[in-house]
Design a protein around this ligand. Structure first.
Ligand SMILES: Cc1ncc(COP(=O)(O)O)c(C=O)c1O
Length: 385
């Protein structure tokens, strides 16, 4: 087939199970179209049952959950908050919403997540941050034993940004349950989606109750509209939560397929001299949300060249998150390098890395098409260096 006519392979697109419509229909039949309702409560309970989290509050987005989570941890004007540099901007933006200052921490090679070594160095210069945001990047857990030991030694709470890692585990325990606050996202490209949405989890009931209060405009218990605090309109709707309930039932299936995709690439590229798959740390089991790879150090090809080539063949890949300390909007922010004598790990991964198509609807023929194209690309590129 002419490649121009070949269907476009997507990075990661919504994959409905067919079970969602029954929940949506029920919402319509019972006229629970207004915010909140049985699907919201059901979804919160089902997320707790799946992850082992104590309490949950379904919200309009993962970003909203991070925002209210930081508020609950007391982050306010002038505070310092540690945050990984290698992440999506939504991990850091809510720090600014609160008038606080992010201090960015480098990654370690083993998992691409927050480097405990760099975190220790950050504490030497900033001994009293208000909170630490820890991200489980691309569906793989950070090293919580080491990171929590440092945080606990300084008495600083953790907000676990598990937006990308629902279903991934660390030493057998679900990610999202290691921080004082945990956050999942159900944005359109996530492992399961509600079209848009997020959830905040915590083992402390008071945290979830307070967040729910802020998320529903901070309405006091009074016979009229009484407000002592500034509130937000951040709750998930009952219709949207219905999508989540249907999606949650196939989460394990989606994880199995994501792992299959990662393993397919790993096997296919094991003899390719130019590319290697992202490392999988021995301590956990990722949900393999996105299969990422890096071009090896001695290969003089930028990810953009490969991504442009794949795009020309109707295959969608994506750049690795550009580190926050290199973003114009965070210019001048403090950054702690994993190894100050070397370029930062985050920057190195960004300069050499890319996300490969990880759509769970891909067939083996699609995977084969991607692998063949990448092999051809490097075959042709090698003639140039
Ligand atoms: C690491 C990370 N944090 C936070 C978010 C924000 O989630 P949402 O898009 O639901 O606001 C995302 C995804 O979008 C993410 O990848």
């Amino acid at each position: 087939m002419n490649e121009k006519n070949e269907k476009r392979i997507l990075l990661a697109s919504p994959h409905m199970s067919g079970l969602e419509m029954a929940y949506i229909k029920e919402a319509f039949d019972t006229n629970w179209i207004a915010p909140l309702g049985p699907n919201v409560t059901g979804f919160e309970q089902e997320i707790c049952a799946y992850t082992g989290a104590g309490y949950a509050d379904a919200l309009s987005s993962g970003t909203a959950a991070i925002h209210l989570g930081l508020m609950y941890l007391g982050v306010g004007k002038g505070d310092i908050v540690f945050c990984p540099s290698l992440t999506f901007s939504a991990s850091a933006n809510p720090i600014i919403y609160q008038g606080a200052t992010p201090v960015f921490i480098d990654s370690e090679r083993e998992s691409w997540n927050m480097s405990p070594q760099a975190l220790e160095k950050a504490f030497e210069q900033y001994p009293h941050p208000k909170a630490i945001v820890i991200v489980n990047l691309y569906g793989q857990s950070a090293d919580y034993d080491r990171l929590k030991a440092i945080a606990d030694a300084h008495g600083v709470p953790i907000l676990e940004d598990a937006a990308e890692s629902l279903g991934a585990t660390y030493k057998g325990k679900q990610t999202g349950t290691f921080g004082d606050i945990g956050v999942y996202s159900f944005n359109g490209n996530k492992i399961i989606t509600t079209s848009g949405g997020g959830i905040l989890v915590a083992s402390d009931k008071r945290a979830v109750e307070k967040v729910e209060f802020w998320a529903t405009q901070a309405k006091e218990h009074a016979p009229y509209y009484q407000h002592k605090e500034i509130g937000y309109n951040y709750r998930m709707s009952n219709v949207v939560a219905g999508i989540g309930r249907g999606q949650l039932q196939v989460l394990d299936k989606r994880i199995a397929r994501k792992k299959y995709i990662f393993d397919y690439y790993k096997k296919a590229f094991q003899d390719l001299d130019e590319l290697e798959m992202m490392p999988i740390a021995a301590y956990g089991e990722p949900n393999y949300w996105l299969s990422c790879a890096t071009i090896k150090t001695d290969v003089r090809v930028r990810p953009k060249e490969l991504l442009d080539y794949l795009d020309s063949k109707n295959i969608e890949g994506r750049a690795i998150w550009k580190p926050m300390h290199l973003q114009p909007v965070f210019k001048g922010s403090a950054f702690f390098n994993h190894n100050p004598d070397e370029p930062s790990v985050a920057e190195d991964i960004f300069m050499r890395g890319l996300c490969l198509p990880s759509d769970t609807k891909m067939t083996d023929a699609d995977l084969d098409r991607i692998v063949t194209r990448i092999s051809w690309f490097f075959g042709a590129a090698s003639a140039r260096y």
